[in-house]
Design a protein around this ligand. Structure first.
Ligand code: NAD
Length: 496
């Protein structure tokens, strides 16, 4: 399937939104363009929902939760089978979805294929939890006549707000565990990347296994996102995005009529540490992919690199070569390894940070530093070195292909001490075979994931999330499934 044919034969009407089990014309007449960032050209027009459309979606999810069969009649095994059918539907249509995702995000097609592997695996993994919801029997402790036990119940109607950077994969991170737990969902994708969410809604509908109102989509930006957070019938908000918006979401979540559980997955400025015994060739490549994957638009991207003084001079040429060898080009070509930035705003933001690095932070440039390919939103893989750990480019989230190699360090304690000041706590990595250093680093780093001799590996079965300004709550793993359940205690007087 070529890039242009996929758009001409989408199996859903992109002017409609999926609410209450139907493709519906939104009340809002506003629309927005969706771009192909490779060439900065519009490829589709989609609706922008208003507060009325949002209210329609939330009420549908609310009545599906309280009165519909998904929660009140289906067994866990039926929900499991629905999710397995959905995984199969995604698998059968994966080449279309991959092409659409690559076209709308500019991601290299080889990366999107891995993301689809993960998406399908996530639905199967969380399907496996749907029939394993368990409470506890708690033996009578103080009164022999009172029998106590807990049951786990779904938290209710979940409102999801997603970032643009992994449209289908982050959808799966959120939607698969929530549906497995028996929740109902209103989902808003990033405004730049709605197309694969629409495709997903089409497949979910086609399985015939999800009753009306269980999964609903609203499209648009901040306005409809804010309306979702403000809606009184929402029981939980799951948000992925920037720190500034995340803080706004937390404030708003506390201002609704009923307070609600909120999970926020925010930004990062993840450090990596290269110790003297590291394999320098291997590590240079791992650092470059750790930073530049998804053109650096990764919350967990390795953007602060600590290199030990003993190997600094030996390591820098290898790092430069690894950054400069990345293949940039048409994202739908198999050979392409890095794509463009998502939109003009992100492109200009990254170029501005490169200017800050040069002019304000006075950092030395090792590789890249410029726009490239003469089209779209392309920026070269960029590496600064000898960067002050407190410099702006070393402390602020850039969300682009920009790595700051900090001034050389002499002891791991120095790194650990400096990282206490890191505003973020999403991930960190270390490259060494020394057990003492690995143990010290994994114990001391206050972040949700620590990679040892690898970077960026994520699995459906391991939790992911942050400390400090990287947010709270966990996605993936049992922890994420459990986040969509609440414990209810039952106390039974057996003498009555
Ligand atoms: P963003 O904060 O601009 O937008 C995120 C989402 O929030 C979008 O859907 C947007 O429309 C919506 N939104 C905007 N204003 C809102 C409001 N007032 N109320 C409710 N919703 C609102 O972020 P972005 O630029 O789309 O994504 C990039 C950010 O996401 C980066 O900071 C990145 O680190 C973070 N991110 C974090 C994770 C993680 O798991 N920790 C994963 C991916 C991305």
């Amino acid at each position: 399937m070529s890039a242009s044919t996929i758009l001409s034969r989408l199996p859903f009407d992109k002017n409609l939104i999926y609410i209450d089990g139907q493709w519906t014309a939104p009340q809002s007449s506003q629309t927005s363009h969706v771009e192909n960032p490779d060439v900065a050209e519009a490829i589709a027009t989609v609706p922008e929902c208003n507060a009325h459309d949002l209210d329609h979606a939330v009420r549908a999810a609310h009545s599906a939760f309280h009165d519909g069969p998904w929660v009140n009649e289906y067994s866990g095994a039926q929900r499991r089978d629905a999710l397995l059918a959905l995984a199969t539907a995604i698998e059968e249509n994966r080449s279309d979805i991959e092409m659409l995702e690559s076209l709308n995000t500019g991601k290299p097609i080889s990366d999107v294929r891995m993301e689809l592997d993960d998406t399908i695996d996530l639905f199967r993994f969380f399907a496996g939890y749907a029939d394993k919801v368990e409470g506890r029997h708690i033996a009578a402790q103080t009164n022999r006549n009172l029998e106590g036990y807990t049951v786990k119940v779904p938290v209710g109607v979940v409102g999801f707000i997603n970032a643009f950077n992994y449209p289908i994969c982050l959808l799966a991170w959120k939607v698969a565990p929530a549906l497995a737990a028996g929740c109902t969902v209103v989902f808003k994708p990033g405004p730049q990347t709605p197309l694969t969410t629409q495709y997903f809604a089409h497949l979910l509908h086609k399985t015939g296994k999800f009753p009306p109102g269980v999964f609903n989509v609203v499209l648009g930006g901040a306005e409809v996102g804010q309306a979702l957070v403000d809606h009184d019938l929402i029981d939980k908000i799951g948000f992925t995005g920037s720190v500034a918006t995340g803080k706004q979401v937390i404030r708003s979540s506390a201002s609704t009529k009923n307070v609600r559980s909120t999970s926020v997955e925010l930004g990062g400025k993840s450090p990596g540490v290269v110790m003297p015994d590291a394999d320098l060739d291997k590590t240079a490549k791992l650092v470059v992919s750790g930073c530049m994957a998804n053109a650096g638009m990764n919350c967990n991207a390795l953007t602060r690199l600590w290199v030990h003084r003993a190997i600094y001079d030996e390591f820098m040429p290898r790092l430069k070569a690894a950054a400069e060898s990345l293949v940039l080009g048409t994202p739908q070509d198999d050979a392409t390894q890095m794509g463009p930035l998502i939109d003009r705003r992100q492109y200009e933001r990254v170029l501005e940070y490169i200017r800050v690095g040069r002019e304000e932070d006075k950092a030395a440039l090792l590789a890249g530093g410029q726009a490239t390919l003469g089209r779209g939103y392309w920026i070269q893989p960029t590496v600064f070195f000898n960067v002050d750990p407190a410099a702006r480019i070393a402390t602020e989230e850039i969300f682009g292909p920009v790595l700051s190699v900090l001034v050389p360090f002499d002891s791991l304690d120095e790194v650990i001490e400096a990282e206490r000041k890191n505003e973020f706590g999403l991930a960190a990595g270390i490259f060494t075979r020394r057990h003492q250093d690995i143990a010290k680093f994994t114990r001391k780093m206050r972040c949700g994931t620590v990679w040892v001799n690898n970077f960026n590996a994520l699995y459906s079965y391991l939790p992911f999330g942050g400390f400090r300004n990287s947010g709270f709550g966990r996605e993936l793993g049992y922890e994420s499934f459990d986040g969509y359940l609440a414990s209810k205690a039952i106390i039974d007087d057996i003498t009555y």
